[in-house]
Write a protein that binds this ligand. Structure first.
Ligand code: ADP
Ligand code: ZN
Length: 742
């Protein structure tokens, strides 16, 4: 029996002005049942319309006239109660990333419950093994990861409980029914509960840990045993045994009676990885991914809350699974941009995980082959403990990389985009019948101007990012709005060829066909992948060796291994280097490292050529040498000098609106208010890089500060202003330490 009389609730409505706690009286009938985190129905507004709301606090009294405080009507029928901890996590997200409490609660709250099933379903194999294997080939080529997991499972056994497939394999009902339609499986439904088939994941093969692996496991375990669970970063190339380390650590966590969350980017969620976990942890593991329906997700959350599972694997959102006694959070590939939410609240999973680990007394383990500057910076400053794994445990060698200076090509009279060295190697591969990938990293390409003779790029004198070409011969900085007239001669060498980099993938394809008329070329870029499955068609054609050369943008860097590819050419490394974004070098380093790693995945040794105007740029030089540490030192010095994250912090306030003048005026007002506040350095407003998305004009005001908390205070101030004086059609988004400024 509690003696709480009143509850504070957040109304489930997307109106900024109503996003504050409202007081309600708890009727006697609900007194014993009501808990923080529950969804209730309350009378709201003039007409006392019933509205859903979340209970975020319970109190003995109220600040309002008790005779005017209304009664809660009931606990919502689809009641999903959150843990109090979840409400706290939502509050943390709201505070640090902006948006409303309602939006933040939606991020952490398990979705609505489904009606409980009274039937039991079995998935039964309905094809021969040969037919399944051919379907599997198709699923691989089409990057249908979930389908692939189910097909692999069906190959291993003929009957599988439906819930095991949605629950354990993270395969959605939709994927199951599409395979049902294609005749691969049948679904048998019974109303009686049958003993679930024991799903045989196979024997867990224990590996003898290497000295490096054992050291990491022992050190972290020692900390946890001494009650000093900390934060750790494991820096190790692909294949160096990180996943094995995570599993050992998680095993110890579970043995202590605690639970673990394992975050992994969706693209890396393969059957093989999942099976490694099932073999070790059996039924105590579950998968959560974006393909599951809300009902399927909800089931997983409930199984976690009731102690049915100890481990959950999944992307970003798996962080919010309500474990009662969380012992560890692991984030694999922590540098991946997908850990940051693109929707308000734009939270970063790494930072939310840090907070969650801290408040739960859990350990946080991050891993990557190319750690984010954020993580490495914290490792260097002692906030994270750094471990390194330097050897590849599976053999295989890294490709030989050469860097070609495009300035020398021009001097030698070669005006094509293919350097002499690259031409020679392409010819060699065509002769040998091996495949090549040509990569044009146009990502975020935003019209910078460079000199063809010396490679000089016109930059903002204040922000040290490249200026973008605008109409009317203007050059503009997207951070601070600095504007200048486009020069006619190169300010560095006086050269006359000062132009935007024009070569696109299409011109490259034409040129290639001109040079080698018989060669079969595939091209993958935004133009050739407009229709739904064109992306998959191109990849599968290349995998089937229907072409010798694949040309593409960054789309081709990630994803599948092509064992026959022995040559990777990066046509113009400068393209991603000169993007007007302070993360350009970091992204280039990651892209080049990944691109180079595409060559020689099979048994044949690989070679890579990086063409650039900036052979001396550290991101180019050091990615060719695979020297992360040296890259970090250079890059952090730059961030430090210009006050960019992670050394300092940055907030992008984005203003969207259908009317250009009104949006611009609001942006100007907010910038002025921020400047008068005087605590942070304010840049802009400037028109966003994609200045008119979906018929909305976009303006951006940037704020910089040494302390994150100063930016949070600025955001609070701006939010208050907007609440007091709500704009009519404009809306605002906050993006802290933005990853994508485009
Ligand atoms: P990462 O996560 O760093 O890519 P994994 O843990 O997946 O590395 O290991 C890569 C490969 O090496 C896997 O096939 C794994 O089975 C194998 N491996 C890992 N640890 C060991 C070990 N101690 N001895 C032998 N093989 C190992
Ligand atoms: Zn500038």
């Amino acid at each position: 029996m509690t003696n709480y009389e009143y509850a504070e609730v957040i109304i489930d409505i997307s109106l900024n002005s109503l996003d504050r706690p409202f007081s309600y009286h708890i009727p006697d009938a609900l007194r014993d049942k009501l808990e923080i985190g529950m969804r209730v129905v309350v009378p709201f507004g003039q007409g006392n319309k019933p509205r859903k709301a979340y209970v975020i606090a319970l109190r003995e009294d109220t600040d309002y006239d008790p005779s005017r405080v209304k009664d809660i009507l009931e606990i919502a029928k689809d009641a999903v109660s959150m843990e109090e901890k979840q409400v706290e996590l939502a509050a943390f997200i709201r505070k640090n990333y902006g948006g409303t409490m309602n939006q933040a609660l939606k991020v952490v709250l398990p979705a609505k419950a489904t009606v409980k099933q009274l039937t039991f379903r079995q998935i039964v194999r309905n094809m021969s093994r040969e037919e399944l294997i051919s379907l599997k080939g198709e699923a691989i080529r089409k990057h249908r990861n979930a389908q692939l997991r189910l097909l692999d499972a069906l190959l291993e056994q003929e009957e599988i409980p439906y819930e095991w497939v949605t629950g354990k394999l993270g395969v959605s009902g939709q994927t199951i029914s599409s395979l049902e339609k294609s005749g691969a499986l049948k679904i048998n439904t019974t109303t009686e509960y049958r003993n679930p088939v024991h799903v045989n994941a196979g024997e867990d093969k224990r590996l003898q840990l290497s000295d490096g692996q054992r050291f990491i496991v022992e050190e972290i375990d020692k900390d946890i045993n001494e009650g000093k669970a900390g934060k750790y970063l494991i820096h190790g190339i692909t294949g160096s045994g990180k996943t094995e380390v995570y599993m050992e650590l998680i095993e110890k966590v579970v043995a202590r009676g605690q639970q673990a969350i394992f975050l992994i980017p969706e693209i890396a969620l393969t059957y093989q990885t999942l099976m490694r976990f099932f073999k070790r942890f059996g039924n105590r593991v579950s998968v959560l991914n974006s393909m599951l329906t809300p009902g399927e997700k909800y089931d997983q959350c409930m199984r976690a809350a009731t102690g049915e599972i100890d481990i959950v694997i999944g992307p970003r959102s798996a962080l919010f699974v309500p474990f009662p006694n969380l012992g560890m959070i692991v984030i694999d590939e922590e540098h991946e941009a997908s850990y940051k939410s693109e929707l308000t609240p734009k939270y970063h999973a790494r930072e939310v995980a840090e907070h969650l680990a801290q408040t739960s007394g859990a350990a946080l383990v991050l891993g990557s082959a190319t750690p984010s500057l954020e993580a490495y910076y914290r490792a260097k400053s002692g906030e994270y403990r750094l471990f390194e794994l330097k050897e590849r445990l599976t053999g295989g060698s890294l490709p030989v990389v050469s860097v070609v200076d495009l300035r020398d090509e021009l001097k030698a009279g070669n005006r094509t985009i293919f350097s002499r060295r690259l031409q020679a190697l392409i010819k060699d591969r065509l002769y040998k019948g091996e495949q090549s990938i040509l990569f044009l990293n146009r990502r975020g390409y935003s019209g910078f101007i460079s000199c063809r003779a010396c490679g000089e790029v016109i930059k903002c004198p204040h922000c040290d990012v490249s200026l973008s070409e605008h109409y009317g011969n203007k050059m503009v900085c997207h951070y601070c709005g600095y504007e200048t007239v486009k020069p006619t001669l190169c300010p560095s060498c006086g050269g006359k060829y000062l132009a935007a980099f024009k070569a696109g993938t299409e011109q490259i394809e034409e040129k290639l066909k001109e040079m080698y008329p018989d060669v079969k070329v595939l091209r993958m870029d935004a133009d050739t992948t407009k229709t739904k499955d064109s992306y998959e068609k191109i990849l599968s054609a290349f995998a089937n060796e229907e072409a010798q050369i694949l040309i593409g943008t960054q789309m081709i860097v990630k994803g599948h291994d092509f064992p026959k590819v022995t040559l990777v050419g990066v046509l113009a490394a400068d393209l991603s280097l000169n993007v007007s974004d302070y993360r350009a070098a970091e992204r280039t380093f990651q892209l080049l490292t990944q691109a180079v790693g595409r060559a020689g995945r099979g048994t044949l040794p690989g070679e890579a050529v990086i063409q650039t105007y900036k052979t001396d740029h550290y991101a180019v030089k050091l990615s060719a040498l695979q020297q992360y540490e040296e890259f970090y030192e250079e890059e952090i010095a730059y961030r430090d000098m210009l006050g960019y994250p992670p050394v300092a912090h940055m907030l992008a306030v984005q203003i969207f609106g259908p009317d250009k003048d009104k949006a611009e005026k609001l942006a100007g007002d907010l910038a002025l208010a921020a400047r008068q506040d005087g605590k942070c350095a304010i840049l802009g407003p400037t028109a966003g890089i994609v200045s008119k998305v979906k018929d909305l004009y976009r303006f951006v005001v940037y704020a910089k500060a040494t302390q994150y908390s100063e930016l949070v205070a600025l955001k609070d101030m701006l939010e208050e202003r907007l609440k007091a004086n709500p704009p009519q059609k404009e809306y605002i988004q906050f993006d802290f330490d933005p990853i994508n400024t485009l």
